[in-house]
Design a protein around this ligand. Structure first.
Ligand code: UDP
Ligand code: MG
Length: 316
């Protein structure tokens, strides 16, 4: 099979027939063998019965229904597990992404050897309250992840080589960072394609303003997990040592200052009357805590079932 189109959807009953018909048109025009995976993320409108009707008309549709709403990442993860095509394409169900991009995306993966091609909504049809924070979000993600050639990490329209979706796990709200996950799984050829974007035709957006706060927190966790999950002591250890050393040297200074004053017979204060004393106390305690956190984190990661889970490309 050439292509699997994975579509996460939550309350998109009006858009589905149009979207599926459009995808079918594009696939038939290019003679692709394909599959459309519709993941109903616990919709409470008529989306599922629309999917049932569509499945009736076209057997190449796979419908998966969550009992409740788990979020876009969960829907993508399940869709990826069901995908069988050589190239996996994800798109939003709300008709903001155009299926006409599929042939070029396919070509980039198949003939130009890309592992992942991410859409770039260069000209967007969203309100400025969304586009401006998005710019900030993208530039922070770019510099933290080291993927400098992407302008638009969170574009719903993306294409993947099959191995990519089979080697990454999208959970929580990590769908915003799939290129980062792919990079950490060792896929280096990450490209971008300018795509056409449309205003939402039916229904409303499913993500509120909270997306930016959550997105930023997720970025911090993903960065931490990606870098230090298998060696947490390398993160906590140095911080602990630095803090401890600061406290320790202040203590030495305080003690020697007092001894000197006693020896020289000059006036001196009690050590506990000096602000520096409290600083050293806090620094030493925090230093020890960071160090112990490092040890505990080592024990936790040692127990992780994926501790020796590497992505091996080839063996000869
Ligand atoms: N979506 C989903 N589960 C959710 C929220 C959204 O499957 O909990 C789907 C939604 O139906 C759409 C896609 O994710 O197909 C993108 O959502 P939306 O268009 O609301 O996001 P926006 O375009 O505003 O970023
Ligand atoms: Mg949308």
């Amino acid at each position: 099979m050439d292509i699997s189109v994975v579509i996460p959807l939550y309350n998109e009953e009006e858009s589905l027939p149009e979207l599926v018909a459009w995808i079918e048109r594009v696939m038939d025009a290019n003679a692709f063998s394909y599959q459309i995976v519709l993941v109903d993320d616990g919709s409470n409108d008529r989306s599922w019965s629309v999917i049932e009707t569509l499945k009736h008309q076209n057997d190449r549709i796979t419908g998966i229904r969550f009992r409740r709403n788990y979020g876009k990442s969960a829907a993508l993860n399940v869709g990826f597990a069901a995908a069988e095509g050589e190239v996996v394409i994800t798109m939003d169900a709300d008709l903001q992404d155009s299926p006409d991009e599929i042939p070029e995306l396919y070509d980039r993966i198949k003939r130009q050897g890309a592992d992942l091609v991410s859409g770039w909504k260069k000209k967007r049809y969203d309100p400025p309250t969304k586009t401006i924070p998005t710019k900030l979000f993208n530039s922070v993600t770019r510099s933290m992840s080291g993927i400098h050639n992407l302008h638009d990490f969170n574009c719903g329209l993306k294409a993947y080589r099959k191995e990519v979706v089979k080697s990454i796990e999208v959970y929580g709200e990590m769908h915003r960072y799939i290129p980062v996950l792919a990079k950490w799984a060792g896929f280096r050829n990450i490209q971008e394609q300018v795509v056409q974007h449309y205003p939402r035709k039916y229904g409303t957006t499913k993500f509120g303003a909270g997306r930016f706060v959550k997105g930023f927190l997720d970025l911090l966790s993903i960065f931490f997990v990606g870098k230090f999950a298998k060696r947490p002591m390398h993160f906590f250890g140095p911080l602990g040592v630095i803090s401890f050393l600061i406290g320790f040297s202040i203590t030495i200074y305080l003690i020697s200052e007092k001894l000197m004053s006693i020896a020289n017979g000059t006036v001196y204060r009690n050590v506990t009357d000096q602000p520096l004393f409290f600083l050293s106390l806090v620094a030493i305690v925090i230093g020890c805590q960071l160090f112990l956190t490092g040890f505990v984190a080592e024990l936790v990661s040692r127990n992780g079932s994926d501790r020796n889970n590497y992505h091996i490309d080839q063996v000869i």
